[in-house]
Design a protein around this ligand. Structure first.
Ligand code: SME
Length: 152
């Protein structure tokens, strides 16, 4: 259990990104903010849909695979179904794509523009079952604030 004040983080997102509507700048700083605020994670970043594939976007962590088919892996499943996907043990997830062998659990949240999926936020942890419903709910709200700033 990690104590994170997601309400406070959501307010920070609103303030930090209120005056920035550049997509890459926003995603880069969002990645940096949350990579350093969340404990026990080894990768956090974005994949963006490009030519019907997910292509690596701004992130923090080790080198990652650059292209994922929609519907493939945890990221591709989240994008295809337009739902958050929380995986307690990635080794049990059929089709999981291992970018960093240190990753054991994962949370993927759709990144939307005016309700339409345009990518995903992917967060990996070296611990099993790292992400709770509280993390999912808090991070969905924070990402939603970012979407509202970038796509007002
Ligand atoms: N594990 C992901 C791939 C992306 S990396 O973890 C950064 C997946 O299965 O979609």
């Amino acid at each position: 259990m990690h104590d994170v004040d997601y309400e406070l983080l959501a307010r920070q997102v609103e303030q930090l990104f209120a005056t920035e509507d550049n997509l890459i700048a926003g995603l880069a700083n969002f990645s940096a903010l949350f990579f350093h605020e969340l404990a026990d994670i080894n990768w956090l970043g974005f994949y963006l849909i490009d030519n019907e594939q997910l292509v690596l976007g701004p992130f923090q962590g080790k080198l990652a695979c650059t292209r994922i088919a929609i519907g493939q892996g945890v990221c591709g499943t989240s994008a295809a179904k337009n739902i958050s996907v929380r995986v307690d043990d990635v080794h049990q997830f059929a089709g999981h794509i291992a970018c960093d062998s240190a990753s054991n659990s994962e949370l993927v949240i759709p990144f939307r523009r005016h309700g339409q999926v345009i990518g995903v936020l992917d967060i990996d942890s070296p611990s099993f079952s790292r992400f709770t419903e509280i993390d999912q709910d808090g991070l969905e709200k924070c990402l939603n604030k970012l979407e509202n700033c970038l796509f007002a």
